[in-house]
Ligand binder design. Structure first.
Ligand SMILES: C[S@@+](CC[C@H](N)C(=O)[O-])C[C@H]1O[C@@H](n2cnc3c(N)ncnc32)[C@H](O)[C@@H]1O
Length: 242
C-alpha cells in the first residue's frame, strides 16, 4: 500500500479517540494475564494507550511496554497510573528493554500489524529473549477466516449511510502472502478522512511454528479470556512457553 505509514494509523487524532469505545474484554484479559504474571512482572508489546496494561497493573503487576506510536504512548502517560509504566519506544520486533519478565503479551490482533512473516518471526524471538525462567508469551488474535470470508478476497462494506455523511470499509486480501490492505473512509461535507491499515494475517498453526523457531511451544490455547474452548473460529488466546 503506497504511502502507508504504520505510525500514521495511530496518530494524535486516533490516540485521542482510541479509548472512546472500549472493546469490553479489558477486565477478563487483565485477570487472565495477571495470573500468569504473578509477581514476576509483565511486558506488553504494542502497549498503546494502556487499555490492557493499566487493568493488569491494578492487579499489582509491574508492567512495562514497547510502543511504536509516540501519540499512543503519550496518551497512556496522561491516564491514572500511566506515568508508572515504563514505555520503550520503537518496533516491538526489535526493541529490547534489558529486563526479563514472567509474562510477555501481545493482544488485539496486533501481531498482524507487523508487515510480513519475517517480522512476526522476529517478534516471537524478541518475546522469548524477554522471558524469565518459566515465563510465558501470550498472544490474542483472530483467525484469518474471521476477517476474510473464504470467497471474498476484496470487498467494500457500508459502515454508515446518512444523507450528509457516509463511511465504508474497503479491503483487498492476498492469500499467498496473507497481507490485507484495508482503508476505512469517512466522507462528509468537510471532506474525506482515510483510515488505512496494512495487516499480515496468520493462522494459529503458523504462529505455533513461529514460536517453535523461537524456542517456544504452545502450552495452552483458549477461545477467549475466560478459558473458553477454542473452536477454530473467532479469536484465540494462546500461551507459549519454553
Ligand atoms: C490495536 S492497537 C492495540 C493497543 C493495545 N495493545 C490494546 O490492546 O489496546 C495497536 C497498537 O500497536 C502499535 N504498533 C503497531 N505496530 C507496532 C510495532 N511494530 N511495534 C510496536 N508497536 C506497534 C500501534 O501504534 C498501536 O498502539
Amino acid at each position: 500500500m503506497s504511502g502507508f505509514d504504520p505510525v500514521g494509523s495511530f496518530d494524535a487524532e486516533q490516540a485521542a479517540r482510541y479509548d472512546d469505545e472500549p472493546r469490553g474484554d479489558e477486565g477478563d484479559a487483565a485477570a487472565f494475564l495477571a495470573r500468569w504474571a504473578g509477581d514476576g512482572g509483565a511486558l506488553e508489546f504494542a502497549i498503546g494507550t494502556g487499555r490492557i496494561a493499566l487493568p493488569v497493573a491494578e492487579h499489582g503487576v509491574a508492567v512495562d511496554g514497547i510502543e511504536l506510536s509516540p501519540h499512543m504512548a503519550a496518551r497512556l502517560r496522561t491516564k491514572p497510573g500511566g506515568a508508572a509504566i515504563d514505555v520503550f519506544p520503537g518496533d516491538m520486533a526489535e526493541v529490547r528493554t534489558g529486563r526479563r519478565y514472567a509474562l510477555a503479551y501481545l493482544v488485539f490482533n496486533t501481531i498482524f500489524n507487523l508487515p510480513d512473516q519475517e517480522a512476526q518471526i522476529r517478534l516471537f524471538r524478541n518475546a522469548e529473549r524477554h522471558l524469565a525462567d518459566g515465563g510465558v508469551f501470550v498472544v490474542e488474535a483472530a483467525v484469518p477466516s474471521a476477517w476474510i470470508p473464504a470467497d471474498q478476497e476484496q470487498a467494500v462494506r457500508a459502515e454508515r449511510v446518512d444523507a450528509t455523511a457516509i463511511a465504508f470499509d474497503t479491503y483487498r486480501y492476498d492469500p499467498a502472502t496473507q497481507v490485507l490492505l484495508e482503508n476505512h473512509l469517512h466522507i462528509t461535507a468537510d471532506g474525506i478522512r482515510f483510515g488505512p491499515i496494512r495487516l499480515r494475517l496468520a493462522w494459529p498453526a503458523e504462529l505455533d511454528l513461529m514460536a517453535r523457531l523461537a524456542g517456544l511451544r504452545l502450552l495452552e490455547r483458549h477461545g477467549g479470556w475466560r478459558g473458553e474452548p477454542f473452536s477454530g473460529t473467532g479469536l484465540h488466546v494462546s500461551v507459549y512457553g519454553r
